[in-house]
Design a protein around this ligand. Structure first.
Ligand code: NAI
Length: 244
């Protein structure tokens, strides 16, 4: 489905990002994965991708640093000869009720989750515009659609991604580039590790279970492939019915 395409996936070393890298590689894409700090984990994921017979490289890059993003993206385009797919997946939480939430807690979550996506898009935009094709996928959250107590910073960043998605979709629609967002509910990863045994929480989910990173990866594959060529500016929930 993605044979010969090049995909950049931020936060690609573990969790949902790693599942997306693997799903794309299984479908023939070459992968540039960006990771924050855990070189060992990134190298392990890269090794798995290489075993699938595609080109794969891991780049250490803090997406909240515009200069680093510019340098690494230029390097990736040089190393891979272009870029066809960008998945803005890197994300963090710093949950606290507002009275306890320090200003730096708000800033760092917005810097990573929202501004990081903008910095990445800024780099791939001219490349995709010139080649008149491309797929940009932003990983938002149902928290950005519904709000969530304790997540003022996170919800704001994820709601921001929805606006960013729609503006980019409109800017690039005439250039053959699609930009969509995925809004997951509870997915079993490191981020939700301390919640996964919480049965009360599962009662709120119509499907009564957490999703898997592979569930999200299947949707990302659809949005990255030509199966979704007439879809842009869309936000697709993947949440077992949580935000219905
Ligand atoms: P995770 O914590 O397992 O992985 C997050 C990834 O982002 C890691 O690879 C980490 O290295 C990377 N990252 C964090 N800060 C970074 C930075 N400054 N620069 C570069 N990379 C950075 O989390 P998970 O669950 O896999 O989440 C992936 C995305 O999905 C996030 O954007 C998250 O907000 C979103 N999401 C997750 C949900 C869940 O239930 N797990 C629900 C809704 C959205």
């Amino acid at each position: 489905m993605l044979k010969g395409k090049t995909a950049i996936v931020t936060g690609g070393s573990r969790g949902i990002g790693a599942a997306i890298c693997k799903m794309f590689a299984q479908n023939g894409a070459n992968i540039a994965l960006l990771y924050a700090g855990n070189t060992q984990k990134a190298e392990e994921t890269k090794a798995e991708l290489l075993q699938m017979g595609v080109k794969a490289e891991a780049y250490q890059c803090n997406v909240a640093d515009a200069q680093q993003v510019a340098t690494i993206c230029k390097q990736i385009v040089k190393d891979f000869g272009g870029v066809d797919i960008l998945v803005n997946n890197a994300g963090i939480t710093k949950d606290k009720l507002v009275p306890m939430m320090k200003v730096p807690d708000f800033d760092s979550v917005v810097d990573t989750n929202l501004k990081g996506a903008f910095y990445m898009i800024k780099q791939v935009y001219p490349v995709m515009m010139k080649q008149r094709s491309g797929k940009i996928i932003n990983i938002s959250s149902v928290s950005g659609l519904m709000g969530n107590p304790g997540q003022a910073n996170y919800s704001a960043s994820k709601a921001g991604l929805v606006g960013l998605t729609k503006s980019i979709a409109k800017e690039l629609a005439g250039r053959g580039v699609c930009c969509n967002a995925i809004a997951p509910g509870f997915i079993a990863t490191d981020m939700t590790e301390n919640l996964s045994e919480n049965n009360q929480l599962k009662d709120f989910i119509p499907m009564k279970k957490f999703g898997t990173p592979q569930d999200v990866a299947k949707l990302a594959l659809f949005l990255a492939s030509d199966q979704s060529d007439y879809i842009t500016g869309e936000v697709i929930r993947i949440d077992g019915g949580l935000a219905m």
